[in-house]
Design a binder for this molecule. Sequence first.
Ligand code: 5GP
Length: 185
Amino acid sequence: MTSSRLSVLAGPTAVGKGTVVQALRARHPELLVSVSATTRAPRPGERDGVHYRFLSDEEFDALIASDGMLEWALVHGQHRYGTPRGPVEEALARGEHVLLEIDLDGARQVRASMPEAQFIFLAPPSWDVLVARLAGRGTEGEEEPRRRLATAKIQLPAQTEFDTTVINDDLDRAVSQLAHVMGLE
Ligand code: 5GP
């Protein structure tokens, strides 16, 4: 449980952050989930201002220059993603509970600027198995598993930087645990 009103959820790629956050939001509509800004193009079905604020490089630069980003990062070496500061600070000032779903780089920046926030790591159910398999004890052996192992090696120690780890084994269970540690239930 936490008394902090700002929670930050991060975790490795493909751990299911989006699904967990969607389910949590359905259960707790009072929770404000920050809408990130991004320079990537919308995917089919994604709406501006709902899934992301889709910005040009110039618009993203301008937000950074005006100190309008709480944090931002280049994700997967491709596109920039960031948390617009205004809506988060306004919601916190109103006493609302705010959740950021961001990458590890972004979480570290928030920790530096807002150490009172609560940091939650969403982990896969079988990290050891994943790492062992990717290390070559299984059947794979080409470039992709090596790349994923490199990523896993970076992400595994990052877990210890977080206040809490929630294991995404079963969706309902993970959402309940998340709601509990955030003080929503
Ligand atoms: P996608 O392009 O698949 O929607 O998201 C790719 C990655 O960007 C995810 O790992 C997600 O956590 C990260 N991300 C989304 N929004 C933000 C943000 O505002 N800040 C940071 N640092 N990362 C973000």
